[in-house]
Write a protein that binds this ligand. Sequence first.
Ligand code: APR
Length: 230
Amino acid sequence: MARERIVILTGAGISAESGLGTFRDQGGLWAEHRVEDVATPEGFERDPELVHWFYNMRRAEAAKAAPNAAHTALAALERAHDVLIVTQNVDALHEAGGAQNVLHMHGSLARAKCATCAAEWDAPMVMTVSDPCPVCAAQATRPDIVWFGEMPYGLDEINAALSTATLFAAIGTSGNVYPAAGFVAEASRLGVRTVEINLAPSAGAALFDETRIGPASTTVPDWVATLTQR
Ligand code: APR
């Protein structure tokens, strides 16, 4: 079995069967909350109380969620190949499922940062506008989440990994948000094999060499089996 170098992009769909809401599905998070109000720096500036409430609620839900068979299958894949999991998700279910090499390109509910001095620390379960920054004491603490209009984390590392990859997989993402939605085109340009694993074809489905449709808790273990049982 040749050792593959695999870059895996995951989205909210991989955590759906763990009980965490997606964004753009029926009844998703963006159906209940305006992105402009809870996922932009302007929204935080306007109403930090509402934004802290939104992420406190998501942090509490994420704390109750357990990894599903898709998360644990990717951890098993890490043991057989060189794998980088680039997740758009802010939950910690990849790590809870045993994955070691996870890059949270949209930040993490488990982290907080200071809007004044950019210090970062482990987030408490409940954040409030009056929390002082542990470094500069300013009352400017915010979730360490990448909001719309902000630069995602790890883009240099992601592009470097894509440039030496033998396989790119996108799992549980609708392919609506860039730069993540552009990784498949970059992989194809570099001659990397690409596979989409999703409940329904994404916006970028036509760009993939292979597509596996179905719930991640079954499609991901099936896909991993093709790479670990040869
Ligand atoms: N198994 C596999 N895929 C699923 C499942 C499931 N059980 N349930 C839903 N999906 C798929 C949907 O078909 C959809 O294509 O997961 C995808 C979820 O898409 P979105 O809700 O758009 O989530 P995502 O692609 O992760 O959003 C990307 O947008 O709002 C921003 O920063 C936020 O990281 C997020 C980014």
